[in-house]
Design a protein around this ligand. Structure first.
Ligand code: HEM
Length: 470
């Protein structure tokens, strides 16, 4: 018995010593505990306040430090250092975690663009950007698509306004952004009268975000101790819950891909992303471009390209309701450039510095992707010293957002077109609540605003009072 006890104590002493020897290899941060690291030592909600916790720690430990969740995560909180890491040493930092929940997104050990690494990532990112450029990303072709989508959206908002001036802008915005992706990737778009399938899809993806928000600690523990995923109950909370929440979304997109392929003509011009990707598969230029990756890539772009921009625009509407004087100044620029009838385009964007600055400020303020997607180093590396604050909503370097051009376009056209047409105010006697709710530790989402005569449906996050100004 004593022998066993001595053995156990010796083992624990050895484990603790090796644990703290390992801690010394990383930049200094808050002292971790063996097994759980810093996971339970932060005050505040990991879903909504993690960036504040991190910012507080950087004041104490400097711009580069380590937090153990319980895996060691090296945090870089300074623009110049991020630039050094992600641009100058881009290759060293271009990996992804390869762990849950990222792995849930692709149907393979490594796949798609957002969470993949190595050749699969490189080839699929390159191919996707090439296809999107051919479909007009960063030029007027894509702008035409965005304008068609906003016109549809405004027609719908007008029809809602004809019934009541208390309008929930959430779904119009969601569909405005979603339709650009639907059209580009699958070649079709939804009408506002018949968009239940899309609404269901967004609800499904929100369930995924909720699942991560609610079980984030289990998931992080399982990143370090994968055996936890095999246990009953804990395994469900640590992994299965995401798979279950994600499955319908993957199936939905698989259906869209397969429908889209029905109209694929190998000799014709590709009508959408799926056709263009299929053409690349047919060419057989590289093994990383294949049928399975087509699905993974489309899922990635769908997720990355819809919730991000639509949520930013929903934040924008809240801020406009709250800061009326800013809204008025933006509208004045819109009227000076386009008058009251001509739909805004990017033609006169250069004459609208206040509007452009407002969009930057909206992105800085809503801090949508409050903690960047995890980068994994591909080899031992280092970053230097310096400290300046900057706003980099789309990140930097080799893994920078692959849809930045489209997102900026949608934000500009979306905000200016809506403000040209409507004045946005809180309901009489109500104040606008701009405190975020959780987004699975990945995004800061706007809070549900309760208003009279508006359904309390949890997904109707964005009721607003809209008044015509024309
Ligand atoms: C306001 C809107 C958006 C914001 C704030 C945003 C932000 C980001 C951020 C922070 C990353 C991670 C970069 C990194 O790992 O360092 C990212 C990656 C990505 N984004 Fe966006 N994004 C937006 C819209 C879009 C759109 C519209 C698309 C596509 C149509 C898109 C596609 C992607 C893809 C594919 C990646 C993965 C890039 C890679 O890992 O190589 N995003 N985005």
């Amino acid at each position: 018995m004593i022998y066993l006890l001595v053995l156990a104590v010796a083992f624990i002493a050895y484990y603790v010593k090796s644990y703290y020897d390992d801690v010394k290899r990383y930049p200094k941060g808050p002292a971790p505990l063996p097994i759980v690291g810093n996971l339970f030592s932060f005050e505040g909600d990991m879903n909504t306040q993690f960036h504040e916790i991190i910012s507080g720690l950087s004041k104490k430990y400097g711009p580069v430090f380590t937090v153990y969740l319980p895996r060691p995560y090296v945090v870089i909180c300074d623009y110049h250092l991020m630039k050094e890491a992600l641009v100058t040493r881009g290759e060293d930092f271009a990996g992804r975690s390869g762990m849950i929940p990222d792995k849930t997104v692709f149907d393979a050990d490594n796949g798609g663009v957002v969470f993949s690494w190595g050749n699969i990532w490189r080839e699929n990112r390159r191919a996707s950007l090439h296809i999107l450029r051919n479909f007009g990303m960063n030029n007027s072709l894509m702008e035409e698509q965005v304008l068609i989508s906003i016109e549809d959206c405004l027609r719908h908002v007008d029809s809602l306004y004809a019934q009541s001036n208390e309008i929930d802008l959430r779904w119009p915005i969601q569909l405005y952004v979603g339709n650009v992706i639907n059209k580009t990737f699958f070649g079709y778009h939804y009408s506002y009268e018949k968009c239940d399938r899309y609404v269901e899809l967004v609800k499904k993806s929100n369930l995924m975000i909720d699942a991560i928000s609610e079980n984030i600690n289990w998931m992080m523990l399982a990143q370090q101790y994968p055996f936890l995923t095999k246990l009953p109950y804990i395994g469900y909370k640590a992994k299965k819950v995401y798979e279950d929440a994600f499955k319908p979304l993957i199936e939905h997109i698989a259906e869209d891909v397969s429908n889209s392929l029905k109209s694929y003509d190998s000799n014709g011009e590709p009508e959408c992303f799926v056709h263009a990707y299929q053409k690349l598969i047919d060419k057989g230029s590289t093994e990383e471009i294949n049928q399975k990756e087509m699905q993974n890539v489309v899922v990635d772009f769908f997720i990355a390209g819809t919730e991000t921009t639509s949520t930013t625009l929903r934040w924008a509407m809240l801020y406009m309701a709250k800061y009326q004087e800013v809204q008025d100044k933006v509208r004045k620029e819109i009227y000076d450039a386009y008058g009251t009838d001509k739909l805004p385009t990017t033609d006169h964007k250069s004459q609208m510095p206040y509007t452009v600055a407002t969009i930057h400020e909206i992105q800085r303020f809503c801090n949508l992707v409050n903690i960047n997607i995890i980068h994994r180093t591909t080899k031992d590396t280092q970053v230097g010293k310096k400290a300046v604050e900057q706003c980099i909503p789309f990140s930097l370097g080799k893994r920078a957002c692959a849809g930045e051009g489209l997102a900026r376009l949608e934000l500009f056209i979306g905000l200016t077109s809506i403000l040209q047409r409507y004045k946005i105010e809180p309901l009489p006697g109500k104040t606008v609540d701009i405190e975020p709710v959780g987004g699975g530790g990945a995004m800061l989402m706007p809070k549900q605003q309760k208003l009279k005569n508006v359904s309390q449906n949890i997904l109707q996050v964005f009721p607003m009072n809209l008044n015509f100004i024309n």
